[in-house]
Design a protein around this ligand. Structure first.
Ligand SMILES: [Mg+2]
Length: 230
């Protein structure tokens, strides 16, 4: 289904748009745009769920401690949650979009039980070592490129200059900086990774480091770095 079809569906008020834009890209969102609000962008593996390596089966999903409550906290404040996830496991042929969808369903089930939900999910399966049509070096959607964040901010009317990203790899933060977000939080205990993240800071892009999404969200809200409109 083309992007044009998605946009037409959105304008008709269809409740959930849920599909592959093309063979290597996924864009799922609700019917409503966010009217210029700031959003919290989240990497998935290692941030919301345990990164056990190429998670492509529902039974391998383990939502990390405190993650659902942290997302619920943002939901209650009216801060949209947008997942942006590289899925080279699909590109490499380890699992398909059906596996990705099954994982997302499982994640949503756990989140809903905690009163939490995701507002949009974008994924990129392209990889330099992908199979067939999914072989694509440096695809603009694949982090550290900002394509997924760019797409979400434009289509969902998100104020990127007040938005933040949380990831467990420096590439997540590089993507956020390239997209013009306000800053990024790295979830990591490794000091070399933390130093690499710190080196990304500039006057327009703040850097934080924490150990969990719950800590990251608490710090962002309590310091006012991430705030919904009144
Ligand atoms: Mg990750």
């Amino acid at each position: 289904m083309s992007l044009k079809v998605i946009i037409e569906a959105l304008s008709r008020g269809i409740s959930t748009i849920h599909m592959n834009i093309d063979v290597g890209l996924w864009f799922e969102c609700g019917a409503k745009a966010f009217g210029g609000r700031p959003a919290l962008f989240l990497d998935r593996d290692g941030v919301i769920i345990a990164d056990t390596g190429y998670v492509g089966r529902a039974e391998n999903v383990r939502v990390l401690d405190g993650a659902a409550d942290a997302i619920a906290r943002c939901n209650s404040l009216g801060i949209p949650i947008v997942v942006v996830t590289n899925q080279s496991g699909i590109g490499r042929g380890y699992y398909g979009w059906e596996g990705f969808e099954a994982v997302q369903r499982e994640v949503s089930t756990v989140l809903v039980a905690a009163g939490a939900h995701l507002d949009a999910v974008l994924a990129c399966a392209y990889h330099a070592e992908g199979c067939g049509a999914l072989r694509y070096a440096d695809h603009p959607w694949r982090k550290p490129n900002p394509g997924m964040i760019d797409m979400a901010t434009k289509r969902l009317e998100i104020d990127r200059s007040r938005s933040w990203i949380v990831g467990d790899r420096v590439d997540d933060l590089v993507a956020g900086r390239a997209a013009g977000l306000a800053g990024g939080t790295l979830i990591a205990s490794d000091s070399a990774m933390r130093q690499a993240a710190a080196s990304l800071a500039n006057p327009n892009f703040g850097i934080e480091t924490t150990h969990t999404l719950a800590e990251a969200v608490a710090a962002l809200i309590e310091t006012g770095r991430l705030a919904a409109d009144d």
